[in-house]
Design a protein around this ligand. Structure first.
Ligand SMILES: [Cu+2]
Length: 220
């Protein structure tokens, strides 16, 4: 009985470790915004020439050509006019885009990036622009001047379900890992069940005499 208890404990440990490694890790690894310039919800009272986002972890650039992220600045006050003047650049945990803002009002900063774990994440923040009177205003553009958008920009906005090459590959890897973990756990459960069944059904008086008991299919 002592051997059986040891087996069950060992199997439970391995199963727990497998579950912890394969299930917990991917779910907790999405990049999230930790800072921005201008800050979310803030009022910007001086002219700016770029908008910068800072994430908790590195932003991946999976694009073979063109920008690997999408970062757009639109407004003011709900208008869809674009005020970014180029494509975003990725540098470590930061993504920034050049801007030339228009009239005062609320501006929307929309982004889509590839997380450090390969997942596409997207969201937006707002800030209020209230420059001093007489500040030069840009007319903006009806469409983003950033053409040939890269991996993140062409991906679907839902995290983990993107159409970008990198995201699909990463998502497939995650699925394979989860399935593998499932198979491992099922196999371990099967081992426990077999051990329990055999010990309970078999004769108990000789069970502990031999270290490597041969399996007898006619034992029952
Ligand atoms: Cu993720």
């Amino acid at each position: 009985m002592r051997r059986l208890t040891g087996w069950v404990a060992a199997v439970a440990l391995v199963a727990a470790a497998a579950l912890g490694t394969f299930v917990a890790a991917p779910a907790s690894a999405h990049d999230y915004l930790v800072d921005s310039s201008p800050k979310a919800g803030s009022t910007q009272t001086t002219p700016i020439n770029k908008v910068r986002l800072t994430f908790d972890d590195v932003v991946l650039d999976l694009a073979k050509s063109g920008p690997g992220a999408l970062l757009q600045v639109t407004g003011p006050n709900g208008k869809a006019t674009h005020f970014e003047t180029g494509c975003p650049t990725i540098s470590g945990r930061q993504v920034s885009v050049p801007v030339s803002l228009g009239k005062s009002g609320k501006y929307l900063v929309t982004w889509q990036i590839v997380s450090a774990d390969g997942h596409v994440v997207s969201d937006s923040i707002q800030f209020t622009y209230a420059p001093p009177a007489g500040t030069k205003t840009s007319a903006g553009a009806s469409a983003s001047p950033c053409k040939g958008a890269g991996a993140a920009a062409t991906a679907a906005p839902t995290a983990g379900a993107g159409t970008a090459e990198g995201t699909v590959n990463s998502g497939a890897i995650v699925i394979v890992v989860v399935i593998a973990a499932g198979i491992v756990v099922l196999a371990l459960i099967a081992v426990v069940v077999i051990l329990l069944t055999r010990r309970r059904g078999g004769a108990s008086d000789h069970a502990d005499d031999e270290e490597d008991e041969p399996v007898d299919p006619d034992e029952d």
